[in-house]
Design a binder for this molecule. Structure first.
Ligand code: SAM
Ligand code: SF4
Length: 322
């Protein structure tokens, strides 16, 4: 099992399949995607090599992310190859949902277990304002279809200070009857969003305190689970998760590693740089790749330095997938 110097074990791989995106989320790519790195992207066969290498090191869960992964026409191929890899138990995709009704059947057929869709507001006009696309009804239709197919659906919502209370009320109303897990993500500072962060950051603890007062109960955490603390309430069909990267000891339970669409290993979302694995990945030799990852894991820092306002090389999360 791949273990770092602090005894943290890495059950979970986040593999970015593109850094491009068609949305303009205000905290991520407010001016839309601007290509800054012309290094080639991994092919579907390369992605399969990465997954095989990590599976041989004990990884059990793979998340395909981006940028926007649905921009890759070969995403079903990557889902299928991940799912067929011995040792991989769950395959997840994180998407903005833009194409969801069109693509979800093919993702499901390929073996998708879990889908995370990002929706920061349930108001159609506000969604259009936040993302640059008036497509909330379509995203919600896609979620319905995914649920009908038996895919586990989680919704990611970034906490934004202005209007937070109203949006929380709207989400809670929705969760009374909708059996999805809604995960509130605390806004993270990145290289590009410093001013936006300063005026929009809201501590997740504020929401968590309210949930506890309202009778929500904390659930136990699975070994390959992401960083969310999940809550349930007997009056609600949906659940709520909180992802609070600024909280004390957030990094102590880190169980995930990231590989960028250009084949760089990022030991932390906010690392100073990625380690270039491209040539080894291209060779298709997953044993050599696993060996290289094992050698590099000792360099994983105990914690990010977000509290000290250091964001490493991360200009925005589209670069790596969050
Ligand atoms: N495009 C896909 C999407 O939006 O779901 C996948 C990539 S996106 C970078 C992954 C997640 O990161 C999304 O849920 C998004 O809301 C979140 N995210 C992006 N920038 C963020 C930031 N600065 N702080 C917190 N979450 C962020
Ligand atoms: Fe695109 Fe996702 Fe970033 Fe929004 S959060 S701009 S959908 S990569």
């Amino acid at each position: 099992m791949l273990t770092d110097n602090l005894g943290r074990r890495f059950y979970y791989l986040r593999l970015s399949v593109t850094d491009a995106c068609n949305f303009r989320c205000s905290y991520c790519l407010p001016n839309g995607y601007q290509p800054t790195d012309d290094s080639p992207h991994l092919t579907a066969a390369d992605a399969a090599t990465v997954v095989r290498a990590f599976a041989s090191l004990g990884t059990q869960k793979v998340r395909l992310t981006g940028g926007e992964p649905s921009l890759r026409a070969d995403l079903p191929e990557m889902i299928a190859a991940s799912k067929e890899t011995p040792g991989i138990r769950r395959v997840a995709v994180t998407s903005n949902g833009y194409k969801l009704p069109k693509v979800i059947d093919s993702w499901h057929q390929a073996g998708l277990d879990q889908l995370n869709i990002s929706i920061d507001t349930l108001q159609r006009a506000e969604f259009a304002e936040f993302t640059g696309h008036d497509c909330l009804p379509r995203v919600l239709d896609g979620i319905e279809r995914a649920r009908d197919l038996g895919v586990t659906v989680k919704v990611n919502a970034v906490l934004l200070a202005d209007g937070a209370e109203r949006r929380l009320g709207e989400f809670l109303h929705w969760l009374r009857t909708t059996p999805v897990t809604l995960r509130f993500i605390e806004l993270m500072r990145t290289g590009d969003n410093r001013n936006y962060f300063a005026s929009n950051h809201l501590r997740g603890a504020t929401i968590e305190e309210q949930l506890l007062r309202d009778g929500w109960q904390l659930l136990p955490r699975a070994q390959d689970a992401g960083p969310a603390r999940e809550y349930q309430h007997p009056d609600y069909r949906g659940r709520i998760g909180l992802i609070t990267p600024y909280s004390k000891d957030f990094c102590a339970s880190c169980n995930r590693l990231r590989v960028s669409a250009q084949g760089r290993l990022h030991l932390c979302l906010f690392a100073d740089q990625g380690q270039d694995l491209y040539q080894t990945i291209r060779s298709g030799d997953s044993d050599a790749l696993a060996h290289q990852v094992r050698e590099l894991i000792g360099g994983k820092a105990p914690s990010h330095l977000l509290q000290q306002e250091q964001v490493g090389a991360t200009r925005n999360l589209a670069m790596l997938g969050g």
